[in-house]
Design a protein around this ligand. Structure first.
Ligand code: RIB
Length: 307
């Protein structure tokens, strides 16, 4: 059987991760421990997840010419991602995310984009051939908005399906974003896209409204609340698997990757969301972003145990 073919275009960061009892309030100084540097970045995490889940995967992105760059590229290629499309940006730092993981496994993140901010529309056009090769392109919003818009336009031109992970939250998304095939925000990101306060509307109501803006399907990641799938004629909540999280960082990235892989293999979106919930749950059971992306065998075993 041929492997699903995925092109991920997006960010790659070095995550500086510290454990804390709880995140500090403004002006407060709290003690942390176990500081680690762990490869991350929404785009790179999703590429690693795609490769571990069995897809033939290319990653298009930029690292800086600093000490983090080679390690970030190595982490991708060790996971099986094709990295000849990663560009080193001279005179620029790699993207860095400062992450606090609290006692409940919840995180707070600050991102300095570095080289991710230099990923241009021309960088996208340069890999046009890969749009023609791929079964789907996955993208996120951790790169410049004009680059996101070029991805959507090029995908439309080449007839390639697009899966948009709408993180991090963006208030002023270009309308072209809604021309994607599947839009998959979390609840905060969905509220930002709609311009409403987080928590003010149900995931079902937000999914319905986002669907009305143009995507073929909307899948809202609701964490412990599961996933809400909206496509032609239905809005259905697919329950989450009960787990005790160690670190929720990149759970949404594992979810997006698994959802995309199932979708391009013609799996119904409700079943795709169930598999994606399993991938997301597994990602919460290990510390860090890329090290916690599950393999296909781990997802199968988890689903067998929880069926
Ligand atoms: O989605 C998780 C990722 O968000 C982290 O790896 C961090 O780099 C930030 O981009």
């Amino acid at each position: 059987m041929t492997k699903p073919r995925i092109l991920v275009i997006g960010s790659v960061n070095m995550d500086l991760v510290a454990r804390v009892e709880r995140a500090p309030a403004p002006g407060e100084n709290v003690r942390g421990w176990d500081l680690r540097t762990i490869p991350g970045g929404k785009g790179a995490n999703q590429a690693v997840a795609c490769a571990r889940l069995g897809a033939d995967t290319y990653f298009r992105g930029r690292v800086g010419d600093d000490e983090f760059g080679p390690r970030l590229v190595r982490s991708l290629s060790e996971a099986g991602v094709r990295t000849d499309t990663v560009t080193v940006t001279d005179g620029c730092a790699s993207g860095v995310a400062m992450i606090l993981v609290d006692a409940r496994g919840q995180n707070s993140i600050i991102v300095t984009p570095g080289a991710n901010g230099r990923l241009t529309p021309e960088d996208v056009t340069a890999v046009r051939k890969l749009f023609e090769w791929a079964d789907a392109v996955i993208l996120q919003l951790e790169i410049p908005p004009e680059t996101v818009a070029r991805i959507i336009h090029l995908a439309a031109e080449t007839g390639t399906r697009t899966v948009v992970d709408a993180g991090p939250p963006r208030k002023s998304a270009d309308a072209s974003l809604f021309q994607c095939t599947i839009l998959t925000p979390n609840e905060t990101e969905a509220a930002a896209l709609l311009g409403c306060a987080p928590g003010s509307r149900t995931a079902e109501a937000m999914a319905e409204e986002l669907l009305g803006r143009g995507p073929k399907a909307v899948v809202i990641k609701a964490g412990a609340g599961g996933a809400v799938v909206a496509d032609a004629g239905r809005i259905v909540r697919v329950p989450a698997f009960p787990i005790t999280p160690v670190d929720t960082t990149a759970a949404g990235d594992a979810f997006t990757a698994a959802l995309a892989i199932e979708f391009i293999q013609d799996v119904d979106l409700l079943e795709a969301a169930r598999v994606a919930n399993a991938a997301g749950a597994l990602a919460c059971l290990r510390l860090g972003a890329q090290p916690s992306m599950p393999t296909a065998a781990e997802v199968d075993e988890f689903l067998a145990k929880h069926s």
